[in-house]
Design a protein. Structure first.
Length: 327
């Protein structure tokens, strides 16, 4: 991992989706605050894990970084270039360096296209090579992700979930990208296959010096693959730190509750530790609470938490947190 070079810089990134009423004259009556003023950096060659409950804005963050969703406000810098200022036409040039592996391998592959056509499509769009060269490149990519190159003429329905995800990875690698958003790439797979896919991603990262934003629910898997981990709650990043530091000593009450849910493979330690059970439901992202968004469920909330939004600050060296009550 390159400690110095920042590949992706996110600065006060916000993405709100409008809520409208009316059939003909649609009137905006509110907004879903999917991502709200988040800031972080991803260094070249590292994996940043992004964890949190369903609906907290993880996938929207990844897609907004790639400009698949245009930001409501804020900046996204790739190699110092602000992508939010780049037109849709010009973004085609950056697509070669910025790719995504989608969550659902059953929905992300066109069932009417052969595997060869699916993987070759990015090469065709960017006019790379002739037909023969593209075919050879597809075979090379299939072998790279552990699939038989002679599967090139088969269709997605002929493959298992794990094999389909490998096809999705091959497609993402076709243009030799620098940065890949892994949007819960193992969530739809059997547990026995998940480790194989994660090991493949690690091998590819080492071979091609890839940089990942790894979005997941599985906290133990994120601990395995990530260099640093960010915890997200209701559109906000509440804590970000080195993997071992975050898992060893989380500072934010939400991160503490989240990590207390990870089973420990030691019966004596598992019985001895205290589980933090959060009360209530996650509030609506279209009408978030005032102040700290976590305060209605926080076991240690004070009056200031209801009134004032906590500052995103570096509490310790490289350990960022948004909480009034952390020294």
């Amino acid at each position: 991992m390159n400690e110095e070079k920042v590949l992706i810089k996110v600065d006060n990134l916000t993405k709100h989706f409008p809520i409208t009423r009316g059939i003909i004259f649609q009137k905006e009556v509110g907004a879903v605050q999917a991502v709200d003023k988040i800031s972080f950096e991803i260094r070249e060659g590292e994996t940043l894990g992004l964890v949190g409950e369903s609906g907290c804005g993880k996938s929207t963050t990844g897609r907004t970084i790639l400009q698949l969703h245009r930001a409501t406000s804020g900046k996204v810098f790739y190699n110092g270039k602000d992508l939010t200022e780049v037109s849709d036409y010009k973004m085609r040039e950056y697509r070669r360096d910025l790719q995504i592996i989608f969550q659902d391998p059953y929905a992300s592959l066109n069932p009417r296209m052969t595997v060869g056509s699916i993987i070759a499509e990015p090469l065709e769009v960017h006019r790379i090579g002739n037909k023969k060269e593209r075919r050879e490149r597809v075979k090379e990519l299939l072998a790279l992700v552990g699939l038989n190159p002679y599967f090139i003429s088969r269709y997605p329905h002929e493959f298992s979930g794990g094999q389909r995800q490998r096809i999705g990875i091959a497609r993402a690698l076709a243009l030799n990208p620098k940065f890949i958003v892994c949007d819960e790439p193992i969530a739809a797979l059997d547990v026995s296959i998940q480790a194989q896919v994660v090991n493949l991603l690690e091998e590819l990262q080492e071979e091609f010096n890839l940089t990942y934003l790894f979005i997941a629910h599985d906290l133990s898997m994120v601990r395995h693959i990530a260099d640093r981990t960010a915890v997200m709650y209701l559109g906000k990043i509440v804590e970000l730190a080195d993997r071992d530091e975050l898992y060893g000593e989380p500072l934010h009450p939400y991160a503490q509750a989240l990590l207390s849910a990870i089973p420990i493979p030691d019966p004596a330690r598992e019985r001895a530790r205290k589980r933090i059970i959060l009360e209530g439901d996650v509030p609506s992202s279209s009408n978030p609470p005032s102040g700290c968004r976590f305060h209605p469920r926080c076991p240690i909330a004070k009056d200031i938490c209801k009134e004032k939004e906590p500052e995103w600050r570096e509490a310790r060296d490289g350990h960022w947190v948004a909480c009034h009550l952390v020294d």
